[in-house]
Design a protein around this ligand. Structure first.
Ligand code: AMP
Length: 293
């Protein structure tokens, strides 16, 4: 495993692969790796000849008061885990390498970034500008054939796909399913902020999504599905920041279940952690006769 701290080093190391047309897969992360990240690395190793993992806790996607300083950092362990999963290069730059003095460019995707986690009362669209700016820079640094993202951050996937399409960035974006703990909680680096009691309460999040999913599959309306899901959260004393039905690609609100896939997305603070999760109900599984229940 080769560790690179600068874009120049990384590019030099990848030149021979590029010259011999070996496929480069790329997994961007903020480190503190868990099985969710590892599933991306394994898939990248399966589908490519060379796999680059980046670890960079990107300061510009955190708002003041968010957990930038306390975000877990565990590079030595991350290196071992990603190497065992098939990564060949680790790119772990310092913030000054990514944002040297005088840095003044922002990549902003409009529309998609203003809802859900990008709503002003949530993290705000500035969060996503931080994400798209760093992902654009990382894609330019690595120049991969394919880049791997988790469906857990469904809005991030939609926004990155839009950026890549709008800016003609020559990369295939692959989105992989959310990896969950045995009891259903989506794996997240932020789960370690949960006390034992909050960890138990947090289970209501995937349970609420399952309730919404089953409601739709039973032919109930979107509003009724959301109502039942929110009721499950309330039982666990969780007040969601949002729990909404959206089109998984355009993020447009879905008010009637029917011919289009519907994504239920939720964000909620549980103790010290802000958690997000989602589930997508495929269109062909939704009964076409939606009752008014
Ligand atoms: P992060 O380190 O949180 O920025 O995540 C890096 C990548 O891993 C993103 O594409 C995430 O969507 C993905 N990821 C995080 N958690 C999971 C999970 N539980 N299952 C699958 N992918 C995940």
């Amino acid at each position: 495993m080769n560790v690179h701290r600068t874009v120049a080093e990384l590019r030099r190391a990848l030149d021979p692969d590029r010259g011999s047309k070996r496929r480069i897969g790329f997994v961007p992360t903020m480190g503190a790796l868990h099985e969710g990240h590892i599933s991306l690395v394994e898939k990248a190793a399966e589908e490519n000849d060379t796999v680059v993992v980046s670890i960079f806790v990107n300061p510009i996607q955190f708002a003041p008061g968010e957990d930038f300083n306390s975000y877990p950092r565990s590079e030595a362990r991350d290196l071992e885990l990603s190497s065992a999963a098939g990564a060949t290069h680790l790119f772990a730059p310092e913030a000054t390498e990514m944002y040297p003095p005088g840095f003044g460019t922002e990549v902003h995707v409009s529309g998609l970034t203003e809802v859900l986690c990008g709503a002003p009362e949530a993290r705000g669209s500035g969060h996503f500008s931080g994400v798209t700016t760093v992902v654009c820079k990382l894609l330019n640094a690595v120049q991969p054939d394919r880049a791997y993202f988790g469906q857990k951050d469904a809005q991030q996937v939609a926004v990155v796909r839009r950026m890549v399409r709008d800016l003609n960035i020559p990369v295939e974006i692959r989105a992989l399913p959310t990896v969950r703990e045995a009891d259903g909680l989506a794996m997240s680096s932020r789960n370690r902020y949960l006390s034992a009691e909050d960890r138990e309460r947090a289970l209501a999040i995937p349970q609420a999504l399952e309730i919404a999913r089953h409601s739709i599959l039973d032919g109930r309306s979107i509003s009724s599905a959301i109502e039942s899901a929110v009721a499950r959260l309330e039982e666990a004393a969780i007040a969601p920041e949002y729990l909404e039905a959206r089109d998984p690609d355009t993020l447009a609100p879905v008010t009637e279940a029917g011919r289009e896939p519907v994504m239920f997305a939720v964000a909620a603070r549980v103790g010290q952690a802000r958690l997000i999760d989602n589930t997508v109900v495929e269109a062909q599984r939704i009964p076409q006769e939606v009752s008014s229940r």
